[in-house]
Design a protein around this ligand. Sequence first.
Ligand SMILES: [Zn+2]
Length: 275
Amino acid sequence: MSITGRVAVVMAMLGTIASVGPHAVPPTQTSPYGWPGGARMALSLSFDDGRASQVTQGLPVFARHGAKVTLFVVPSAVERDVNGWKQAVAAGHEIGNHSLTHSCSGNFAFSRARALEDHTLDRMRQELADANRQIIALLGVTPRTFAYPCGQTFVGRGKETRSYVPLVAEQFLAGRGWLDESANDPAFVDLAQTMGVEMDGKDFTQIRPLIDDAGTRGAWLVLAGHEIGRDGRQTTRVAMLDELLTYAKAPANGIWLATVAEAAEEIVRRRRTAP
Ligand SMILES: [Zn+2]
């Protein structure tokens, strides 16, 4: 369906909701889901690849706001600065798994030699487990969440293509995507395909509408980035993070700032205890 067609369908749906009349629920400041502390929404900040700037530039930013984030690492990146990554663990940040070899489609030149098109499920299962073992050995923590490299969830080609989402569901509490376009509905989300929205290269004025949208529907917004710095390619801006974290920490804004594992755990807990 074309974008225009989709917009028309959404508008029609909104029209249906609006026409419910006196019984329609007005927008309120309370969450339709009821996040911890009465928050309207949950927000997770996540960063991929174990880029050095997450330690050197990111940790001080998170510390001055008292914020905990999720850092999805590949073991080889941690090996380059084990002490730095141990500081991240000591500061209470979550360490997630971002695979062993960061395999993506071979259409990315960097991934041609380990292309997902040439992978098998058995090899992927082994690599996910190996990455966890190496992270445990390096940092003494067991990753409980995963971020799909390049947001891609398949192995193989054509009719032989298989999804590796089930492997992630077996081994992890949650698996996060990349370049997704929505926050997650906690009542519906498949945690193995949690959507992750890009925060690289954005100002807070571009992030704010995502938060407002998540707030009105009680959603869980998972932001995803790479480098942390002033500006640049695949870089989450420090100025944006300062504004975002100030906003997120202000109690009046009703945001539960949680790591990916904390938010996923809350969703699992609620599902288990739901009537
Ligand atoms: Zn990555």
